[in-house]
Design a protein around this ligand. Structure first.
Ligand code: ARG
Length: 465
C-alpha cells in the first residue's frame, strides 16, 4: 500500500488515483509463466547495470551493490525462497521490487534508460537462445541414435514406399539417414534463426530510445549478442524471432510425427518390421496381448499442439500496430509449450530409436513381394539400348505375367522374358531380386551400398561417432 493514497503501490502507479480492479490484475498477470525467465531477467539486468556504470550513470559501488543483490535474488528464486504475487504482474517487476526492497534508492536506479518493452524482448531472446542450444544438442543426439544403428543394420534390405505402395528396395541405413538429413535441416534452421534471436533490443527503451548516454554495444557484449538492433520502434514491436522459432519447432515436430507414423505401422503384425522397446510401450487394460506404441503415438499427437502454437503466434502478431502492445505478452506460453513438447519428444525419440530391433527374418521373408526390382530390370534394358518408354512397357508386361502366375520377376524363365523383349539375356538375373537391385545402384545419394557407406562414414565424422 502506498501511504499517501491508500491504493496498492505499483511501479507505474504515480498517475493513478484508483487501485487496479482485482479481476483485471488476475487477468493481466504474466508471472505465472514468465517466472521461467528469471535467470535471463537477472542476467539482463546485471548487464544493463554494468553498462550504466561504464557510462557513469551508476557509480562503481552502486553497480557492485546491484550485482550482489540481483545475484542473491537469483539464488533465492532457485531455492524456492522467493514469493510471487500477481500484484507485481511479471518477472521484471518482481526482480526490480525485490532489489528496491534491499537497496532502496540505489535499486530504484536500475530501470534507468530501460523499459519493460526492451527488457521483455531481451529476456525472451536470451531464453530462446538457450532453448535453441538445448534443442540442437537433442537433435544431434537423435541423429547419433539413427547413425548408431547403421552399421548393425547395413545388410538389411527393406522396401521403400511411395504412395504407401512398395516402390524400390533400399538398405535400411538409407532410411535411417533420410531422417538424419531432415534433422540436420532442423538444426540448420535453428542455427539460422539463432542469428536473428541473437540481436539485442536492450536500450530501445519503450519505443523511441533514450536521451541518456547509454552504450548499447556494451550490453550486447556482456550478454553475448552478436548485433544491436538499429530501430527502437522495431525492437518494441518485433516478435519475428519468436514466430520463426515456433515454426522451427513445428517443423521438428512434423518430422518426428512422420517418423512416428512410419514406426507405428512398421511395428504392427501386418508389417512386422520392427520390435519397439517395451520400456516405451504400454499395455491394454482389457486386451492382455497388447503392446501399444504410445510414445510414438503421443509424439505424433502432441505435434498438433506445436503446430497450433505456431498458428497462435501468427494470429497474435497479425495486424498489430506499431510498437509494443500488451497483446505481445501472449507470445510466451505458446513458445514455452512448444519447447517443452519438442524437447520431451526428442529426449524420448533417441533411446527409442537406439532400442528398437529390426526383424530381419520377417522383412526378408517378404522382400521379394511387390516386384520391387521392376525398375532395376527396366534400367538393365535401358543399358542394353532399349529406349526408356519401351523398356517401361516391356517390364510392365513382365510384371503382369508375374502377377497373373504368382511369381517374382526372378522366377520368370529367360524364354518367357525374351518372348516379350529379345534384348534380355542370361545376365538379367544379376539385376533381379531386391538385393541385386540395390547392388546395381550407382548414383550419388542413392542406396548403392558404397554410397550408403560413404554417407554413414561422413555422418559419423560430423557427429563425432
Ligand atoms: N508483462 C509484459 C509482457 O510480458 C511486460 C511488458 C509490459 N510493458 C508494458 N508497457 N506494459 O509483455
Amino acid at each position: 500500500m502506498s501511504e499517501s493514497t491508500g491504493k496498492p503501490a505499483k511501479a507505474w502507479g504515480g498517475v493513478f488515483t484508483e487501485a487496479t480492479d482485482a479481476r483485471m490484475e488476475k487477468f493481466s498477470e504474466s508471472i505465472s509463466f514468465d517466472s521461467r525467465m528469471h535467470e535471463q531477467d537477472i542476467r539482463g539486468s546485471i548487464a544493463h547495470a554494468r553498462m550504466l556504470a561504464d557510462v557513469g550513470i551508476l557509480t562503481a559501488d552502486e553497480f557492485a551493490a546491484i550485482e550482489r543483490e540481483l545475484t542473491a535474488i537469483e539464488e533465492r528464486i532457485v531455492k524456492g525462497d522467493f514469493e510471487y504475487s500477481i500484484s507485481k504482474e511479471d518477472i521484471h517487476m518482481h526482480v526490480e521490487s525485490a532489489l528496491i526492497e534491499k537497496l532502496g534508492d540505489v535499486g530504484r536506479k536500475l530501470h534507468t534508460a530501460r523499459s519493460r518493452n526492451d527488457q521483455v524482448s531481451t529476456d525472451f531472446r536470451l531464453w530462446i537462445r538457450d532453448a535453441i542450444d538445448r534443442l540442437d544438442v537433442l537433435l544431434a543426439d537423435l541423429q547419433r541414435a539413427f547413425v548408431g544403428r547403421c552399421d548393425g543394420d547395413f545388410d538389411v534390405v527393406v522396401p521403400a514406399y511411395t504412395h504407401t505402395q512398395r516402390a524400390q528396395p533400399v538398405l535400411a541405413p538409407h532410411i535411417w539417414l533420410a531422417y538424419v538429413e531432415k534433422l540436420q535441416r532442423d538444426r540448420e534452421r535453428l542455427a539460422d534463426c539463432r542469428k536473428r534471436v541473437n540481436t539485442t533490443g536492450l536500450g530501445a527503451a519503450a519505443c523511441a530510445g533514450t536521451s541518456l548516454p547509454i552504450d548499447r554495444t556494451k550490453t550486447a557484449e556482456y550478454l553475448g549478442f552478436e548485433a544491436v538492433a538499429a530501430n527502437s520502434v522495431d525492437v518494441s514491436s518485433d516478435r519475428d524471432f519468436a514466430v520463426e522459432f515456433a515454426f522451427d519447432m513445428a517443423q521438428i515436430a512434423i518430422h518426428l510425427s512422420g517418423w512416428a507414423e512410419d514406426w507405428i505401422w512398421h511395428s504392427t503384425v501386418e508389417f512386422d518390421f520392427l520390435k519397439l522397446p517395451q520400456t516405451f510401450c504400454t499395455g491394454s487394460s482389457i486386451m492382455p496381448q497388447k503392446v501399444n506404441p504410445d510414445t510414438l503415438e503421443l509424439i505424433r499427437g502432441k505435434t498438433a499442439r506445436v503446430i497450433g502454437n505456431l498458428q497462435s503466434l501468427l494470429v497474435l502478431t497479425k495486424g498489430l500496430p506499431l510498437a509494443y502492445n500488451r497483446d505481445l505478452q501472449e507470445d510466451k506460453e505458446p513458445i514455452f509449450d512448444s519447447f517443452d513438447t519438442v524437447e520431451a519428444s526428442l529426449a524420448l525419440a533417441a533411446p527409442l530409436v537406439a532400442g528398437t530391433v529390426l526383424k530381419r527374418e520377417s522383412i526378408a521373408a517378404r522382400i521379394e513381394r511387390g516386384h520391387l526390382d521392376a525398375t532395376s530390370l527396366m534400367e538393365y534394358l535401358i543399358r542394353r539400348g532399349v529406349p526408356q518408354r519401351s523398356a517401361h512397357g516391356v517390364v510392365g508386361r513382365l510384371v503382369r505375367i508375374g502377377l497373373d502366375s504368382g511369381r517374382a520377376l526372378a522366377e520368370l524363365s529367360l524364354d518367357e522374358m525374351r518372348a516379350v523383349c529379345d534384348a534380355v539375356d542370361e545376365e538379367v538375373y544379376n539385376y533381379l531380386g531386391a538385393a541385386n537391385a540395390v547392388k546395381a545402384m550407382k548414383s550419388y545419394g542413392s542406396t548403392a551400398p558404397d554410397q550408403v557407406r560413404f554417407q554413414i562414414d561422413a555422418w559419423k565424422e560430423r557427429l563425432g561417432l
